[in-house]
Ligand binder design. Structure first.
Ligand code: GDP
Length: 328
């Protein structure tokens, strides 16, 4: 496997797994260091995959459930499945983790299945953008289903989940307290609420709580989010879950979720523009930034006023002239 982004893209498009792994590493890196070139080559090939987010507190059984979903989807003829596991604590990346291979059993060796761990902390401030790049690559090289497994309910999980066409929020008996915590953020991003460990007592009660919480929502504003009881361990309820996911995939193919997709693309664009703008600004304004830092340190000015002053000076605006109206 040669190393230039075009070589890696070509190799990955031919189905070479080693090229794909190296390509994803390039995409996790700086835009100027090859990620940008690779993205421009990959994007024309992408746009078909169904992206599924799987999120929820640690211990509810996400990994076990993802394993089930992978098995269900990969058993379909010629359907390839990729899993991106976002691990907030892991310093490792690259997908060759022993844990993943053990976790996924024989699946890790299935040529139709690709599993990769993504360490959150190497992407400070840009996890969702990194995730979007990796999804584009996996989509481009032909993975029809891409599962994004995230842990927790923090902002970066919400953002990664927002990349998905279909978001599964997973809970389980014994995690009832988590429902309150989830309510604020990720619960309202759910398309399907999954109560795992239905083989344990208390699963019905969790489902009932969720049904009460899952107020009518969605693009039409009419439908409540479905709550499904499953057991990733025994396999109970998995066919129904797979069917519900397939239904969403079919709705997407016939134009469903267009509004959400527009919102998501707009948001990714804004994030990327903000970053690009800031990088250029910081590079060319090191002096003024240092000067304002000293003024804030000396207590002469608060950080927000200093920031506004920097920007206003640069845009040639006198003082606080922003009345919220566009310039005529
Ligand atoms: P994650 O942290 O959300 O990825 O959870 P894991 O998939 O690692 O599962 C956490 C624990 O719950 C493991 O010990 C699993 O064996 C167990 N588990 C997963 N699914 C089920 C289930 O459906 N029923 C029961 N009883 N245990 C389960």
């Amino acid at each position: 496997v040669k190393g230039s982004p075009p070589d890696l893209v070509a190799g990955a498009l031919r189905g070479e797994i080693r090229a794909l792994a190296r390509l994803l590493t390039v995409l996790e890196g700086d835009w100027e260091a090859g990620a940008g070139e690779a993205m421009q080559l990959l994007t024309p090939h992408a746009g078909r995959a169904h992206v599924i987010g799987v999120t929820g507190p640690p211990g509810v059984g996400k990994s076990t459930l993802v394993d089930r979903l992978v098995t269900a989807r990969a058993s379909e003829a010629s359907h390839r499945v990729a899993v991106l596991a976002f691990d907030p604590s892991s310093p490792f990346t690259g997908g060759a983790l022993l844990g993943d291979r053990i976790r996924m059993g024989g699946r890790a060796l299935d040529p139709g299945v690709y599993i990769r761990s993504v360490a959150n902390r190497v992407h400070a401030g840009g996890l969702s953008r990194t995730a979007a790049r990796l999804v584009t690559a996996l989509d481009a090289v032909g993975y029809g289903t891409i599962l994004l497994e995230t842990v927790g309910a923090g902002q970066s999980e919400v953002e990664v989940a927002a990349l998905a066409h279909t978001v599964l929020v997973v809970l389980a008996p014994g995690f009832g307290d988590e429902i309150q915590a989830l309510k604020a953020g990720i619960l309202e991003t759910a398309d399907l609420l999954v109560v795992n460990k239905a083989d344990l007592p208390g699963a019905e009660r969790v489902a009932a709580t969720l049904r009460a919480e899952a107020a009518p929502r969605g693009e039409s504003g009419a439908e409540a989010c479905p709550v499904l009881l499953v057991s990733a361990e025994t396999g109970a309820g998995i066919p129904e879950l797979v069917a519900a996911i397939r239904e969403r995939d079919e709705a997407r193919s016939s134009g469903g979720g267009a509004e959400r997709r527009r919102t998501r693309v707009r948001w990714l664009l804004e994030e990327a523009a903000r970053d690009a703008l800031w990088q250029r600004y910081a590079r060319s304004h090191a002096g003024p930034l240092a000067a304002q830092t000293l003024r804030v340190l000396a207590g002469e000015i608060d950080p927000e006023s200093a920031a506004r002053r920097l920007i206003d000076e640069d845009l040639g605006i006198d003082g606080e002239g922003d009345d919220g109206k566009p310039d005529s």
